[in-house]
Write a protein that binds this ligand. Structure first.
Ligand code: MN
Length: 157
């Protein structure tokens, strides 16, 4: 839990950058399960069960393909992209809502020429994400729509 003092008002200094909120940049690593993703935690309080974060995926970037017991409630705020939820791929842009149910494979991809920024509400206490093993990946790829998404082929709509 954050022990930072409560600040009743936080200004947006720059587009999608909030004053005094740490910008966490995920770095690409060997397996590179994500690419070009930043996170800002906007609300986190010991007396609330939820946290609200703002994620931004740069153009052509993507989040980790993962699943976990906790759910996500997402509102897109910026740009456009696609999201995989289970076996479904949805094109998303500003103000679309996405719910990721428990134990459902999910991944966000920004469009090739636009970022994808979104609010994500989660339980403050949550389990660690699981990554797909080879069998899970094979099952996902059995669906051609999902296979195309995982291969990074973006379908503009
Ligand atoms: Mn997740």
């Amino acid at each position: 839990m954050s022990e930072r003092p409560v600040r009743p008002f936080v200004q947006q200094d720059d587009a999608f950058r909030w004053s005094g909120v740490e910008l966490r940049t995920y770095k690409e690593e060997g397996a590179a399960p994500y690419r070009d993703v930043t996170r800002q935690t906007l609300f986190s309080r010991a007396d609330m069960r939820g946290e609200l974060r703002y994620f931004e995926i740069a153009a052509a970037g993507h989040s980790t393909l993962e699943r976990h017991r906790h759910a996500h409630a997402v509102m897109v705020l910026r740009g456009r992209g696609e999201v995989l939820v289970g076996e479904q791929v949805h094109a998303v842009d500003a103000f679309d809502l996405v719910t990721i149910p428990p134990l459902t494979w999910h991944q966000f991809r920004a469009a090739p020429d636009a970022p994808l920024g979104f609010l994500c509400m989660v339980d403050a206490e949550r389990d660690r994400p699981q990554l797909p093993d080879a069998d899970a990946l094979a099952r996902l790829r059995a669906n051609p729509v999902v296979a195309a998404f995982l291969a990074g082929s973006y379908t503009p709509r």
